[in-house]
Ligand binder design. Sequence first.
Ligand SMILES: *[C@@H]1O[C@H](CO)[C@@H](O)[C@H](O)[C@H]1NC(C)=O
Ligand SMILES: *[C@@H]1O[C@H](CO)[C@@H](O)[C@H](O)[C@H]1NC(C)=O
Ligand SMILES: *[C@@H]1O[C@H](CO)[C@@H](O)[C@H](O)[C@H]1NC(C)=O
Ligand SMILES: *[C@@H]1O[C@H](CO)[C@@H](O)[C@H](O)[C@H]1NC(C)=O
Length: 313
Amino acid sequence: MVCTTMIRVGCLVACAAVASGLHTDAGALAQLRGSNHSVLILGCSVDRNAVESFCGKVDRFYRVGCYDEKRHLNIGFVFHPGVGINGDLQPPFYNRTRWGSMIGQPISDVNVLHKWSSTMVGELFPDMVVVDSSLWDLSTWASWGMRNVTYNRLRQWGMRDLKNELARVSEAYNKSRIVFRTAPAVYKTKWVVSDTGYEYKDVAVFSNDGIRQMQKELRKHIKDGKLYGKYEVIDYSQIMDDLIQERGADDPSLWLKDGYHPKTESAEPSRRYLNEVFRLMGLATVEKMVEVDTSQRRWAPAAGDRDEAGNLP
Ligand SMILES: *[C@@H]1O[C@H](CO)[C@@H](O)[C@H](O)[C@H]1NC(C)=O
Ligand SMILES: *[C@@H]1O[C@H](CO)[C@@H](O)[C@H](O)[C@H]1NC(C)=O
Ligand SMILES: *[C@@H]1O[C@H](CO)[C@@H](O)[C@H](O)[C@H]1NC(C)=O
Ligand SMILES: *[C@@H]1O[C@H](CO)[C@@H](O)[C@H](O)[C@H]1NC(C)=O
């Protein structure tokens, strides 16, 4: 499938606008903290893939992180399943995973968030917290509603659910910079699949159309270049659009074989994504990502890791 009509969502905020004053902020903050920088990413597989390829390692499915000597940077990824079906950060979530839909949402509990920031990046209040809420939101709504995302659901998301989710993060990390990351374009539509394996070709778990509508809703809430006038935005959607434009086509090699995870390894998307994070923090950009053996990811908490069991996938 070649999507010649690949959407161009257009940038949400002034494209690649990075305030120059931010370097000193990040630098000053790091000095206060004994020269280390820290970024915690609360997101989905898109973020996990990027952190794995930056760190050159895999860990649990739901978290991975490392200390980067070159940048004196503690970077960590923790999975969260989105706003949920009602938008209240409570289950059920997307119900087609091996863990079922009753998984925990760390953003609903300030103590859980603080546990993650301390264990993953060694700070209660990381310098920066990047939040994604997109593909899992679309997936949750589609898998329970058995229909494509609607205008009204997205409207509620923009007006209330996402705002509330970011407010919880911002309360828990009230000394951190909170940055929202948008959804990357996909190459293929992911369809809802029944328990018996039947693909419903009229219900998209997510599609470029859904992502475009999501971007459109977000754009209504950009004030003074920030989401809700408060949160800086890393526009992964724009990063993918730029790459597509540069290649002159929807080069399928920008994605993994599944057609919706942006490629990691030496390919561009996740490198550019993390470089946006690093630019905002005033840190050196990364030239080369590392190929990791994702089959070595651990899908379940290790035996004896009781404090994590049953909490997150
Ligand atoms: C910086 O982070 C590393 C890795 O987490 C840690 O070992 C080191 O003690 C930290 N340094 C300072 C000055 O906080
Ligand atoms: C997921 O939700 C749909 C819609 O309510 C339901 O038909 C299906 O059985 C659920 N699947 C699982 C695995 O819970
Ligand atoms: C910031 O968060 C901490 C921990 O959650 C809390 O104790 C403190 O009162 C908050 N400060 C402000 C100004 O909201
Ligand atoms: C749902 O969205 C997909 C992807 O955009 C589209 O192909 C499909 O026709 C839509 N289904 C309905 C019922 O409109």
